[in-house]
Structure formats: structure tokens, C-alpha cells
Design a protein around this ligand. Structure first.
Ligand code: DAH
Length: 339
């Protein structure tokens, strides 16, 4: 038995030198040390030994096992090192290659316009106000003097959460919030998302963007309105831009108007964007209706104000030559990274 053990040790030692992979190593382990392995079966035979022989052979067997395990361990380390070196060689970083570009996000074109407008209005002393997109019907319609039977209140036009709450259909309710929350004088703009039940097509979307503006103070007149809005449009589209005001009706302003500016596509010559007129509609505006001031606890005999609301999506499309409104909301980075 002693010879058998020594032979196994010798055989194992030789075989271990010829192992080249972790799989080989595992096969070897099973062949020698596994349940049915060569060493194991010899050790099983120890039951037949005499009392005197048993401890001697037992000791030897342990030594043989330890020797094999130690050789195996060394070989394992050496194979693992080899694998690591091969991997390092393969994954070698070529520091002379150009680096991978880190993708940095940037503003959505719509938010470029919002940023530009905020900057222009800030230079005129306007602060940016915010209001919720889920709004009280009272602020979205009632306090804005919109009659109870007006079609814009229909369930077919407005998304209602319940009878008292809706998705705001305009940024105008931020006017009410500003007037209720702040002391006069008030000078704010409020950009944001608004919602209407429009079907989606190239020029309509149930979600779109507006920017609201409001000034309330003593002695504000229509001249302030015209001067401010003309200045803003010239800053936005260039000094040569012309504006015109057409009478209109809004319930929250009196008198009310729509403002047009020289078409930015043809610079006033007439094209298919402006349908030949040379002008495009930019915004709605007017002098804040006394009823609106009253609803917010402001005395219309002491204070006056003007307000305006501008659609931002069409302005963005015109500025960047985007033909389809849906592209603004498609999250298509190939399109968005162009701006
Ligand atoms: N809220 C109006 C709309 O969505 C736009 C508007 C018109 C806002 C006149 C105003 C305003 O503040 O004075 O069509």
C-alpha cells in the first residue's frame, strides 16, 4: 500500500505538470481526489490494514494527499496568472486611440426659445412665475371671467379630473395665482405646458406650450403693452421686425388684441408660411379685465394691467424650420441634437 501511495504521488506529480487549463485541473482533481478517485479508493482500502500499519499508512496517505494538493494549488495559481496575463494582453488599452466621446445632453429647441424669452423679459424686470398643470377650474376659467357656457369649458375641449379640477388649457391661470399670492405691482411671465383635447397631427397636439405675461400697477396703459411687446419681438426676431395689432376678444382682457409680426420665413414678402400676408400671428393680449382684478382682490379703480399669452411650439417650429409638431415630442435624438 505504501508503494501504491508513492506511485500515485509520482504519477500525480507528473500529470500536474501537464495540466494547462482550469478544466484540465478539475478533471485531474476528480481523477485522483474525487469520490471514485485513485487516491480515495486506496484510502478506502485502509480498513483491511493491521493496527500497527494503519497509523503509519494513514500518516503517509495524508502526506501524499497534502503533497498533491500543494502541487495542484501551485499549478492552479500559475494557470490563473497565465489566463490573467492573456486577458490583459487582449484587453490592452491603446492610449494613442482617440477617446470615446462623452454624450452630453442639451436643451430641447423649445426650451431654447423659453430661455431666450426669459432672458429678454428678465432684462425688462419680469420675474418667472409658476403654476400647476393640474389646475382649479376656478382659476383656469371662472376667475378669468370666462362665461359658464363658453365652449372651451366643454368636456370635449378640456381634460377634466373632476368638476373642479382640470388640466390647464392655458397658462393664464398663473395670472390669477400671481395676483392672489403677490402684492401689486406685479410683473411676471409664466412659461409652461398646457393641455387641450386636440387630435394629434402636424400642427396640433393635446399637449403644447405657452408663455404668459402679466403686469399690474398704477397707470399701466395700452401704450405700455404695445411698447413692451414690440420691444420683445424685435429682440427675438431682429430690429427690422414689424408688428401689427388686430382687435380680438378674450374674456380676461378688455380691450383685447392679437399681435402679428413680420413673417420670419419670408421677412414680410409673403410666402406659404404666412399665406401670402407677410405677417404671422404671435400672441393674444389686452388690458386685464376689471372683473379679473376684482376676483383677485385688486381694486380696478386704482390699478390697471396688461396681459399676453404666446404659443411657443409654432414659434419653435418656425425658428428651426421644423415642419411637423410631432417631431418636437418624439424624443428623437437625431433631430434634437441638431439644435
Ligand atoms: N390664454 C389665451 C389662449 O390660450 C392667450 C391669451 C390671450 C393670454 C390674451 C392672455 C391674453 O394673457 O391677455 O388663447
Amino acid at each position: 500500500m505504501k508503494d501504491q501511495l508513492l506511485n500515485i504521488q509520482k504519477e500525480a506529480k507528473e500529470k500536474i505538470q501537464n495540466l494547462h487549463s482550469l478544466e484540465d485541473l478539475e478533471k485531474f482533481r476528480i481523477e485522483f481526489m474525487g469520490k471514485k478517485g485513485k487516491l480515495t479508493s486506496i484510502l478506502r482500502g485502509m480498513g483491511g490494514l493491521s493496527k500497527e500499519e494503519r497509523p503509519i499508512i494513514g500518516k503517509l496517505a495524508n502526506e501524499v494527499r497534502e503533497a498533491i494538493e500543494s502541487e495542484l494549488g501551485k499549478m492552479k495559481t500559475s494557470i490563473e496568472e497565465k489566463i490573467l496575463l492573456e486577458k490583459l494582453e487582449k484587453d490592452k488599452i491603446d492610449i494613442t486611440l482617440p477617446g470615446k466621446e462623452v454624450e452630453v445632453g442639451h436643451h430641447h429647441p423649445l426650451y431654447n426659445i423659453i430661455g431666450e424669452l426669459e432672458e429678454i423679459f428678465a432684462s425688462l424686470g419680469f420675474a418667472v412665475a409658476e403654476g400647476p398643470e393640474i389646475e382649479l377650474v376656478r382659476y383656469n376659467f371662472d376667475n378669468l371671467n370666462v362665461p359658464l357656457d363658453h365652449s372651451s369649458r366643454d368636456k370635449s375641449d378640456t381634460f377634466y379630473i373632476n368638476d373642479d379640477i382640470c388640466l390647464r388649457t392655458q397658462t393664464s391661470p398663473v395670472q390669477i395665482r400671481a395676483m392672489k399670492a403677490k402684492d401689486v405691482p406685479i410683473k411676471v411671465i409664466a412659461p409652461g405646458k398646457v393641455y387641450r383635447t386636440d387630435e394629434i397631427d402636424a400642427t396640433h397636439s393635446p399637449l403644447f406650450h405657452q408663455i404668459e405675461g402679466l403686469i399690474v400697477d398704477k397707470g399701466i396703459t395700452m401704450a405700455d403693452l404695445k411698447g413692451t411687446l414690440e420691444y420683445v419681438v424685435k429682440r427675438l426676431y431682429g430690429e427690422e421686425t414689424k408688428t401689427r395689432f388686430r382687435p380680438h376678444q378674450f374674456y380676461f382682457t378688455e380691450p383685447s388684441a392679437e399681435m402679428d409680426a413680420t413673417c420670419i420665413a419670408c421677412h414680410g414678402k409673403g410666402c406659404n408660411v404666412c399665406k401670402g400676408s407677410g405677417f404671422i400671428e404671435i400672441l393674444g393680449c389686452g388690458m386685464v379685465h376689471p372683473n379679473v382684478l376684482k376676483a383677485c382682490g385688486i381694486d380696478p379703480d386704482v390699478y390697471t394691467g396688461f396681459a399676453f399669452g404666446m404659443g411657443l411650439d409654432r414659434m419653435t417650429m418656425l425658428k428651426y424650420g421644423i415642419k411637423d409638431l410631432r417631431l418636437l415630442f418624439a424624443n428623437d435624438t437625431e433631430l434634437l441634437t441638431q439644435f
